[in-house]
Design a protein around this ligand. Structure first.
Ligand SMILES: N[C@@H](CCC(=O)N[C@@H](CS)C(=O)NCC(=O)O)C(=O)O
Length: 271
């Protein structure tokens, strides 16, 4: 049985002839080999462009975290679904039995908010501004998402429907939790829409992207897994679209996309 399109297989990623191999328009032997590291080469293959220093750094972080969970994003999701983060060797790394965990040499760090701040500080990135008050607003947004929004959206609405480990033991228990999550999430989404993003700003704390956008977008995008309709919250939808238009959204959200594809037949309770 033929799998894929009929006819001769072609790709615009690379070509070869008797004289050489060209990858994304660059000569493999005389240019790429020895000059690019594997992560940079991977980025070039996927996007057609060479990464900036920051892009390579974050792709490395992503790949290391994915490797920790089983090499490809879908394995990461499958391992979480089946509870590998509740077993050794992971629980010695993070006794909280949660992802993410950052490792920088021997240094280990848990908590997504702290994890985003560490490389931003280490590399003096503009996404975590040095200015006292600008930085305080970024911290405020990150805390708001992690403690208010995520509690209801993640742990009461999305996770009980997505992960068997979070499903409540009785149908009634499950119904109460999910309906609670739905109701409270609507409240927090309205606050996000009217208060945080009410003045039409493109990003959470103003005109520039910050690590608060990185944290928050990955949380809000969880709703796509349960097919939550954000159209009642146009500012939230517009902001999420802005973040998704950023260059690195594709590779960063690959795990979520793979997970969404694997549950596309499943039915969910969502707003
Ligand atoms: N406070 C933690 C929460 C992390 C968290 O909730 N991680 C979720 C996935 S994003 C998880 O590992 N869930 C697995 C589980 O609950 O079994 C942080 O911000 O890093």
């Amino acid at each position: 049985m033929l799998i894929g399109k009929a006819g001769t297989a072609t790709t615009s990623i690379s070509t070869a002839d008797a004289a050489g191999v060209t990858v994304r328009g660059k000569d493999l032997c005389s240019d790429l080999m020895g000059r690019l590291g594997f992560t940079e080469y991977f980025y070039l293959l996927v996007t057609g462009r060479e990464p900036s220093r920051e892009q390579r750094f974050f792709l490395d972080l992503l790949l290391v975290s994915i490797a920790e969970h089983g090499l490809v994003p879908t394995n990461q999701v499958a391992r979480m679904t089946y509870g590998a983060h509740h077993q050794e060797p992971f629980i010695s790394t993070n006794p909280n039995r949660l992802v993410p965990v950052l490792e920088d040499g021997d240094f280990q760090l848990t908590e997504s908010s702290a994890i985003l701040k560490y490389p931003a500080d280490k590399n003096d990135m503009p996404e975590y501004p040095r200015d006292l008050q600008k930085r305080a607003k970024v911290n405020e947004a990150m805390d708001w998402f992690n403690t208010n929004f995520y509690r209801e959206w993640g742990y009461n609405l999305c996770y009980p429907q997505l992960f068997p480990r979070h499903k409540r033991p009785t149908d009634e228990g499950q119904k109460v939790v999910v309906e609670w999550g739905l109701d409270k999430s609507a409240f927090w989404l309205q606050v996000l829409n009217d208060h945080w993003l009410g003045d039409g700003r493109p990003y959470l704390t103003g005109d520039e992207t910050t690590i608060a956008d990185y944290l928050a977008s990955s949380l809000v995008a969880l709703g796509e897994l349960i097919r939550y309709d954000l159209s009642k919250y146009p500012n939230v939808k517009g902001w999420l679209d802005n973040v998704k238009a950023l260059e690195n959204w594709g590779p960063v959200s690959a795990a979520l996309d793979g997970f969404a594809a694997s549950i596309k037949e499943q039915e969910f309770i969502a707003g």
